[in-house]
Design a binder for this molecule. Structure first.
Ligand SMILES: [Mn+2]
Length: 343
């Protein structure tokens, strides 16, 4: 409608004015200013590239302010730079850093869905978990402890990996707070780094509310997904996704997940390596970026308590496109969090 359009542009205009007034055009440190400090609003708003050059500044996720802790935040971008759990090509430890760099392209509104995350969620980049690159078990302990603190206040972590192992200690912390969670797992592999097997063994998942989407490739036996199905998971192999919109599938997934807490774990290798080559264990004939976006947008309405985007490995990515795709998928995740306002 005209009035909602007007409101949208008016609010966008105001936030830009706030930036300009804040000194967004002046001074080397001004880019980390936020709307909080400028206008008294409670939200953090990244500087618009209309006022602050995209290439300027220290690269935080989406050019959001950096905060030391999750205190006072409703959502937080967190990096977990580890690849000690990688079984093939290493390099995902550099994923969070490269995602932050490419995220400079992100703008404040979701043009496709009309989501306005920075008008409705207090969000910041809280940096990286201090991992132990020599000891995966110690890294898992460090991740679990860091995420306990993050989720303690109700903050929703949006994690940048890192190899998929990290989902295990994250889910330990998440399930400790929320109880066994539903899981939307998007991946070429059944359990990259085996995080979800460990999660099942520890009772962290509500197994009737688990779906795995995009599984494919050669296997260790003819029925590679028997274990998943015998746990009660819904398995949607890549072949079932070929040539299709995944919007109808996601309606079924929403019904499966119900109102309970849900965690979304998205391995970038779910996408075809033609679109996202910068990853450790590529498998051909994967999902398209459109299908990836359909999956995430299809999570709108779920009680999401955490999301991750893992396995971005920049060294195998000659164009930066994998990290750019990862940054955009993380933005899409922010846009489907329960409290996000839509125009
Ligand atoms: Mn994978």
């Amino acid at each position: 409608t005209f009035s909602s359009n007007f409101c949208h542009f008016f609010v966008a205009f105001l936030s830009k004015c706030a930036w300009a007034l804040c000194g967004g055009l002046h001074g080397p440190t001004s880019y980390v200013n936020s709307k909080t400090r400028c206008s008294g609003s409670e939200f953090n708003v990244p500087p618009s590239a209309e006022f602050v050059a995209r290439v300027s500044g220290i690269p935080t996720m989406a050019k959001l302010p950096y905060r030391e802790t999750a205190e006072g935040l409703q959502a937080a971008f967190v990096g977990v730079p580890i690849d000690t759990g990688t079984s093939n090509r290493p390099g995902a430890r550099f994923g969070p850093r490269q995602i932050r760099v490419e995220s400079a392209m992100l703008r404040a509104y979701n043009s496709g869905t009309r989501a306005a995350p920075y008008e409705s969620v207090v969000v910041a980049d809280i940096g990286d978990v201090n991992v132990n690159v020599y000891d995966l078990k110690d890294t898992c302990r460090r991740i679990r402890e860091a995420y306990r603190k993050i989720v303690a206040t109700g903050c929703i972590p949006l994690t940048m990996g890192g190899d998929h192992t990290i989902a295990y200690p994250i889910l330990q912390a998440v399930a400790e707070k929320y109880g066994p969670v539903g899981l939307v797992h998007v991946d070429a592999h059944i359990g990259h780094g085996t995080p979800f097997r460990r999660c099942v063994e520890e009772g962290l998942l509500d197994c009737r509310r688990v779906v795995q989407i995009g599984l494919r490739g050669s296997g260790y036996s003819a029925d590679s997904y028997e274990w998943s199905r015998s746990q009660g998971f819904r398995v949607v192999q890549a072949e079932e996704c070929w040539h299709k919109s995944l919007t109808p599938l996601m309606a079924e997934v929403r019904a499966q997940m119900g109102d309970g807490p849900v965690y979304l774990s998205f391995d970038i290798d779910a996408l075809d390596p033609g679109f996202a080559p910068g990853t450790g264990t590529p498998e051909i004939a994967g999902l398209t970026p459109i299908q990836g976006v359909e999956i995430i947008r299809g999570c709108r309405g779920l009680n999401l308590v955490g999301c991750d985007l893992v396995e971005v490995s920049p060294a195998y990515d000659t164009t930066g496109n994998t990290a750019l795709t990862g940054a955009n998928l993380l933005f899409e995740m922010l846009c489907v969090l329960p409290m996000v306002k839509y125009y």
